[in-house]
Design a protein around this ligand. Structure first.
Ligand code: FES
Length: 90
């Protein structure tokens, strides 16, 4: 990120379904899922390519621990990581 760019205020967590950090965080607060896979009920998050499942698990763990889920997410870093991940053979 350059100095003239501002950080994305609500980074996307699941690129397949365009589910943002704020949306997942709100889902966690309201629905209190017992396991991370239940976040799939939030607009299908994590049910596409699978790249974001680790992030969703981390957000779930953070919520369970009383933290602010995904507060350190960085849109640009996530996009770059996903591009690399997608290029790996399945
Ligand atoms: S990025 Fe979430 S399932 Fe693909």
């Amino acid at each position: 990120m350059t100095e003239d760019q501002t950080p994305c205020e609500d980074p996307i967590v699941c690129f397949c379904y365009r589910v943002s950090r704020a949306k997942v965080a709100a889902f966690l607060r309201k629905k209190k899922p017992v396991v991370a896979s239940q976040i799939s009920e939030c607009d299908g998050a994590g049910t596409g390519c699978g790249w974001c499942r680790r992030l969703l698990e981390d957000m779930h763990a953070s919520h369970q621990a009383g933290g602010d889920p995904g507060q350190d997410l960085n849109q640009e870093a996530n996009e770059a990581a996903r591009r690399t991940w997608r290029s790996e053979p399945s």
